[in-house]
Design a protein around this ligand. Structure first.
Ligand code: HEC
Length: 165
């Protein structure tokens, strides 16, 4: 009986160690992953998680699974159109105000770059709700370092302070 008990204890110990390892690896993946839910406040974390999922479905095929954009995104394609830029800090998404980011996602680039401007960026106004667009943008922003976030918040505040026509 003693030997069986010992083996049982041994098995439990191995299982507990394995479980601890899974929890540890899981935490590391979460903390170093594309977004960090521990850094965001709770309601925000849910919005960001939703945005992350929606981004994967609607945006990742062009802007990259990890927001890296298409290769050579600064050089026009043979058809004259521009490739999809990254949404991480190496791109210029963070140079746009909230209003511009919402607008581009909803309406595409024509309203901003002119009716004759040809672009592969789709208009998502008929596909995504305002709330969903907001969640995607919250996810994108959650990946920016403090400097880019502060800059983007500042230009957004400044644009609101200006009188609108
Ligand atoms: C079919 C490919 C494609 C998909 C899908 C796509 N985009 Fe784009 N997007 C582009 C391209 C190409 C550009 C650059 C267009 C240009 O400058 O002419 C762009 C530009 C943008 C810009 C402007 C970026 C900047 O730095 O000026 C934003 C914001 C943007 N996309 C958001 C999104 C979001 C959010 C989604 C998902 C809901 C999405 N895009 C899905 C192709 C795509």
């Amino acid at each position: 009986m003693g030997a069986v008990r010992k083996i049982l204890m041994y098995k439990i110990a191995i299982m507990a160690t394995a479980l601890a390892a899974v929890v540890m690896i899981g935490s590391v993946v979460l903390m170093t992953g594309p977004y960090n839910p521990f850094l965001a406040s709770n309601g925000k974390a849910a919005q960001i998680a939703r945005g992350y999922a929606l981004y994967g479905v609607h945006c990742a095929k062009c802007h990259g699974k990890n927001l890296e954009g298409q290769p050579n995104w600064k050089s026009p394609l043979p058809n004259g159109r521009l490739p999809a830029p990254p949404h991480d800090k190496s791109g210029h998404t963070w140079h746009h105000t909230d209003e511009a980011l919402r607008g581009i996602t909803k309406l595409g680039l024509k309203p901003f770059a002119g009716d004759n401007y040809e672009s592969d960026m789709p208009a998502f106004g008929a596909i995504l709700s305002d709330e969903e667009i907001e969640a995607i943008l919250a996810y994108i922003k959650s990946t920016w370092p403090e400097r880019e976030n502060t800059y983007q918040q500042q230009i957004t505040r400044q644009s609101k302070a200006q009188p609108t026509e």
